[in-house]
Design a protein around this ligand. Structure first.
Ligand code: MRU
Length: 364
């Protein structure tokens, strides 16, 4: 999507041909800074400290992290260390494991001298595939938005609520939840997006608002607890969120607070859709609440806030009493019964084992 009018991806090969460039998302929306990853450690830090984040982009960064590792050390030991270090960076988004397993299956068996070039090629393919999958999610999601627009008699706007940032910044391009929104916007359907701020890291306020704004999509930022109220008053036509891991039976793990939005949507008959490329499906688990590891992050993300002061300085302040204990659960699981449909690159599946199996018979 566009930054200052220029089409941009979130990760790309540096001009030197081997290092990897990313957008430092911890600085947005105040500063747009490109950071160069030079080795395995840089890639691990970028994922762990959330310079890059969002399930598909974590997967793409892990793939390039492996390529960087092999650039410096293509031995078996080098590969295994890279796999272990990258795997340990963040626990919930399954795209990380998926990308590393792709590398393990396709690159590890090669002779040492061929591994590095093949890893760079595979990382680039993973990125291109992500873009194509998200674009396709956009096409399938567009049909849902079109139907709602028709049902409204083509009057007013289609109001869409989203949580966290499942936008192009969370992927290589297009986004998952946002792809249908960008496609609808480009098709001339008047849409308006309610953007949940998404405490504690404010991915909605900092990232979704920034990228929608850059692309010219009308949106309004709301506090995390406003969604239910808006739904009760008919101000939300549909919700579309992303996911970090969806089970083979359709349970959806996503940023903390997603579950409460789904409950409110259910209570108010608001359709609740999830956009996801197939690498986000974990075919090895069924029960999302029981089987998906939920990341717990540092308490300071809850007790502190960072922002820009009126004189332009970026500062971090404490918002709690000193020594206040805080819990920081980064994700929650929305049971499949609250999900209207899963928008994948192959079409919209009911959130069920049968629904996913029908679209992906080759994966089950
Ligand atoms: O902690 P984050 O910012 O990596 O969490 C991201 C999300 O929860 C996204 O909604 C999810 O990865 C879907 S991404 C297209």
């Amino acid at each position: 999507m566009k930054v200052n009018g220029t089409p941009t991806r979130t990760i790309w090969l540096n001009d030197n041909g081997w290092a990897v460039d990313i957008i430092d998302q911890t600085k947005l929306p105040h500063l747009y800074e490109i950071v160069t990853l030079n080795d395995l450690n840089d890639a691990c830090v970028a994922i762990k400290d959330m310079l890059v984040r969002g399930a598909p982009l974590i997967g793409a960064t892990a793939a390039y992290g492996m390529a960087l590792a092999l650039y410096h050390d293509a031995t078996d030991a080098g590969f295994e260390k890279a796999y272990a270090d990258l795997y340990a960076t963040r626990p919930t988004a399954v795209n990380l494991r998926w990308a590393l397993d792709e590398m393990k299956t396709k690159i590890f068996p090669l002779p040492e001298g061929e591994r590095m070039a093949a890893a760079y090629k595979l990382a680039a393919d993973i990125c291109d595939e992500d873009v194509a999958q998200n674009s396709s999610i956009g096409d399938h999601g567009l049909k849902i938005i079109e139907e709602i627009w028709e049902k409204k008699g083509k009057k007013g706007v289609v109001n869409i609520l989203t949580h966290c940032n499942a936008g192009w910044l969370a992927t290589v391009d297009w986004g998952t939840a946002t792809a249908p929104m960008y496609k609808a916007f480009e098709a001339g359907i008047p849409i308006h997006v309610w953007v949940d701020e998404t405490r504690p890291r404010n991915q909605g306020a900092s990232l979704t608002a920034w990228e929608l704004g850059n692309h010219g999509v009308p949106h309004t930022l709301i506090v995390d607890n406003a969604g239910g109220h808006l739904m009760q008053h008919g101000e939300v036509d549909l919700c579309i969120v992303g996911t970090d891991r969806t089970t083979a039976s359709g349970d959806v793990c996503n940023k903390i607070g997603t579950y409460l939005k789904a409950l409110a949507a259910h209570d108010n008959d608001v359709p609740f859709y999830v956009g996801l490329p197939s690498p986000t499906i974990d075919w090895t688990v069924d029960d999302g609440v029981k089987d998906i590891p939920i990341e717990e992050r540092d308490a300071t993300e809850v007790t502190e806030m960072t922002g820009r002061t009126k004189d332009g300085k970026i500062e971090t302040i404490t918002i709690t009493p000193e020594n206040c204990k805080a819990g920081n659960y980064a994700f929650d699981v929305t049971p499949r019964k609250y999900v209207t449909g899963l928008i994948t690159e192959r079409g919209v599946a009911p959130a069920s084992k049968e629904g996913l199996a029908a679209l992906f018979p080759d994966k089950v």
